[in-house]
Write a protein that binds this ligand. Structure first.
Ligand SMILES: CC(C)(COP(=O)(O)OP(=O)(O)OC[C@H]1O[C@@H](n2cnc3c(N)ncnc32)[C@H](O)[C@@H]1OP(=O)(O)O)[C@@H](O)C(=O)NCCC(=O)NCCS
Length: 217
């Protein structure tokens, strides 16, 4: 999943990623010293190395120490791609058999969890550039394909196709705005008179158009 580069270069890449992903980030030094999401990834690299080199108990102890320090619990067996950024971080849980692609963004309160006690693959797989909103729970061995987005507080238990957005409980794929516009236009044609079918997405008269959803605080 990742080209082999040294730990120092990986750490610098993590700092650059935080700077790029977080509009509030102003200083590399502050990121290196205080960003818990970045620290959690660094701790995980050490714990994962121990886990993969026959030192599973030490890997587990290291990950629990990291959890106490960062509020983020990443199982040492989890496979994380490059440039993962965990924003805010507190309350994130990533299970043993989870696989996270490159350039993924997770917000606080995200769970990549299992739904069964049986061993084997039981946690999600996220493709590259996936975004998982605050508080979302992704449960079971589901596959979230590249560039998909999971809405804040969603509970996702099914696969998500590439580039799709899933929201709600249980999470469902939200149709693309252009598809919704096409459906509106089609229904207007069916009825023969678009004047009787105003755009349902338009704000009521006298109400200003809303700003698009904010990603960051
Ligand atoms: C899911 C998300 C990616 C969609 O963003 P978007 O494409 O800009 O979507 P919009 O805000 O235009 O909303 C489109 C529709 O989805 C709904 N929607 C958006 N986010 C939703 C969510 N988390 N849960 C349920 N419905 C949601 C909107 O109400 C709207 O419904 P409508 O078409 O019936 O009016 C975004 O809303 C989201 O949840 N991002 C996570 C952000 C986050 O966690 N930030 C934490 C900062 S600390």
């Amino acid at each position: 999943m990742s080209d082999r580069i040294g730990p120092l270069r990986l750490a610098l890449e993590d700092i650059r990623t935080a700077r790029r992903r977080d509009p509030a980030a102003r200083s590399n030094v502050v990121i290196a010293l205080s960003y818990q999401g970045v620290h959690a990834v660094w701790h995980h690299r050490a714990a994962h190395w121990l886990w993969n080199h026959g030192l599973k108990s030490y890997g587990r102890l290291w990950s629990q120490y990291a959890r106490r320090r960062t509020g983020i619990e990443i199982h040492p067996g989890a496979t994380l791609g490059r440039r993962l950024f965990i924003d805010h971080g507190m309350g994130v849980v990533i299970g043993e058999t989870a696989v996270v692609g490159n350039d993924v963004l997770l917000f606080h309160g995200v769970t990549l969890g299992g739904t069964t006690m049986s061993p084997g693959k039981r946690h999600p797989t996220l493709g590259d550039r996936v975004v998982v909103g605050a508080g979302a729970k992704v449960l079971g061995p589901v596959h979230v394909a590249c560039d998909a987005r999971i809405g804040a507080n969603a509970v996702l238990v099914r696969d998500v196709p590439e580039g799709a957005t899933a929201v709600g409980i249980p999470a469902k794929i939200r149709s693309h705005p252009s598809e919704r516009e096409a459906n509106t236009a089609a229904s207007a044609v069916d009825w023969g008179d678009s004047q009787h079918h105003p755009d349902p997405d338009a704000p009521p008269e006298g109400v200003e158009q809303r700003e698009p959803a904010m990603y960051y605080i």
